[in-house]
Structure formats: structure tokens, C-alpha cells
Design a protein around this ligand. Structure first.
Ligand SMILES: [Zn+2]
Length: 295
């Protein structure tokens, strides 16, 4: 019986290990373009039924809105993750980046220029990924901050559908060249708040997060009409009966309504026993077994 027990133990620990690495490209896998796609397999399973939410903000830093959000997070003592466009880091926005770090948030990459990677040649994607990761590494060297991470969030969640190459393979290549190990965590999300839709209200954005944790009314967008490439959306109400019970929420710190929504949600979360946790404290996003030091 002993060898069997040993085998079970190995299999079990391998399983636990793979759960931990779920947001990283799989070390052993060669990803197939147009085949290895989709999002469901990357849900943050460790947050199921946890009553925990991680707040993440994309597309900044914004000169006025990001500081306003930082004020709110500070007064509510909440930590968040900022997926910035590294091309937006300038002399003018550097003080905002410093505030993000000083105030205990996580700084990560949302690409250099927000182009849809599915439309880019592999060489272009690779070059921009390098640029973006290295810019954050430069900041890390300057500020010595452990809050600057190698999370990378694909603009539009666009990955894998370029028919010539798969972004995860390129990502592993870049990571191995830079760090000598698989360090770039692609950091998807579980709760799309739809905060980018111009007609959604702050309350509806907040309700969208709440409904995924506690159940209830949520809102999704539908195309109302498209005229000369200009799309109008309407919000459609629906009910979530069996909520996931937690998750990583996607918002954007470039919209006023998203800052207002954050205020509503944070206060409601406190009333409803929901914890707001930093991304790096979640199993799937953890760098626990990695050193990830630039070569
Ligand atoms: Zn974005």
C-alpha cells in the first residue's frame, strides 16, 4: 500500500500546486493559437464563497481621477491593484505612481499602449511586453517597492486568438529571458462591472459587484444601435440567484462613475461583511514559490 499512498500524496500536491499557478501560463504546456482560449478556466476559484473581493483598476494613471480614488481608498483603509498603461507614466503622473506605492497598493502592467494584442505581430507584442515589464522594473529599482509586481493584464482580455502565435508562449519566453522563470501572471478578473459603458450608473456598477458576492440584481450591457461605427448601449437588468460568493472585480480609474461606485461598494461591503483583499494575498496570484528577480 505504501507506494500507492506516496503516489496519491504526489498527485494531490501536484494538484494543489497547479491551483496556485492558475493565473500563470502553464510551464509544461505549449499553447495552441485559436484553440487555447477562453476565461472560465481562470476564475479565481479560491474566492468561491469567501465573501472576499479584490478591487482592480485599469487604464490609468489618470491625472485627476486616480488621485481622487486614492483619497477614497486611504480614508476607507482599502488596498487595491492598479493595472496602468506604462506609456501613461510620465513626469506629470509619476507623483501619482509614488502615491500608489506609498499608500500600500499594488502597481502592475496593463500593457504599454492598450493595443489589442490579437491584432499584433508576435514581435510587436513581445517588444511591448518587454518594454512594459522593464519600465515597472525600473520603478522597482528606484523605489525598492515590493508592491510592484509582474502581473500583466491583457487589454480587452485579448489573448490567444492570433492565428500565428499564442501570447502565453511568448509571455513565458519573455519571462524566462528576463527572470529565468515563469513570473508573468496574466491576472484576469471574475467580475466585469461594465463600468466602461457610458450609460451605467455608479450604483449599478456597485450592484454588479455585490450581486456576484451576495446575489441579487445585476446589470449587463446590450447594443442599442450602431450608427457610423458609433455604438450606443443600454443596460439590462438580470438576477444572480447563485452567486460565486467573491472574486476579482474589474474597474477603470479613468471614469468618474467608477470612483463613485467604489465609494458605494466599499461602504456596502463593510455593512455586509465582505472583505476587500489585495490581489497578492489571493492564492492564484501568489508569488509564494518564486523569486522573480531580474537577471
Ligand atoms: Zn483596459
Amino acid at each position: 500500500m505504501k507506494p500507492l499512498i506516496t503516489l496519491c500524496t504526489i498527485l494531490l500536491s501536484a494538484q494543489v500546486h497547479s491551483v496556485n499557478l492558475k493565473q500563470f501560463p502553464n510551464e509544461q504546456q505549449v499553447y495552441r493559437p485559436n484553440v487555447d482560449v477562453g476565461f472560465d478556466q481562470y476564475r479565481t476559484k479560491s474566492l468561491k464563497g469567501s465573501n472576499k473581493v479584490a478591487l482592480t483598476y485599469d487604464d490609468g494613471p489618470h491625472e485627476t481621477r486616480t488621485p481622487k480614488l486614492l483619497d477614497l481608498l486611504k480614508s476607507e483603509n482599502v488596498k487595491a491593484t492598479f493595472f496602468v498603461l506604462t506609456q501613461n507614466i510620465t513626469d506629470k503622473t509619476l507623483p501619482i505612481i509614488e502615491r500608489i506605492l506609498d499608500e500600500g497598493h499594488i502597481l502592475a502592467s496593463h500593457d504599454h499602449d492598450h493595443e489589442n494584442n490579437n491584432h499584433e505581430e508576435e514581435s510587436e507584442f513581445k517588444e511591448e511586453l518587454y518594454k512594459s515589464v522593464l519600465l515597472l522594473e525600473q520603478l522597482k529599482a528606484k523605489y525598492g517597492s515590493s508592491q510592484i509586481s509582474s502581473y500583466y493584464r491583457f487589454p480587452y482580455g485579448a489573448y490567444g486568438s492570433n492565428k500565428f502565435y499564442h501570447h502565453f508562449n511568448t509571455m513565458k519566453e519573455v519571462s524566462n529571458e528576463l527572470y529565468g522563470e515563469n513570473c508573468i501572471n496574466f491576472a484576469f478578473w471574475d467580475i466585469d462591472t461594465s463600468d466602461w459603458v457610458p450609460t451605467i450608473t455608479a450604483q449599478q456598477i456597485s450592484d454588479n459587484i455585490m450581486a456576484h458576492v451576495k446575489g441579487g440584481t445585476a446589470y449587463k450591457h446590450k447594443v442599442k444601435r450602431t450608427i457610423f461605427g458609433n455604438t450606443k448601449y443600454k443596460m439590462v437588468k438580470y438576477k444572480i440567484k447563485y452567486p460565486f460568493g467573491g472574486g476579482v472585480a474589474l474597474m477603470h480609474d479613468i471614469h468618474e462613475r467608477s470612483i463613485e461606485a467604489s465609494e458605494i461598494f466599499i461602504r456596502d461591503a463593510k455593512k455586509n461583511g465582505i472583505s476587500i483583499v489585495p490581489l497578492n494575498e489571493i492564492k492564484e496570484f501568489s508569488y509564494a514559490n518564486k523569486s522573480c528577480i531580474l537577471k
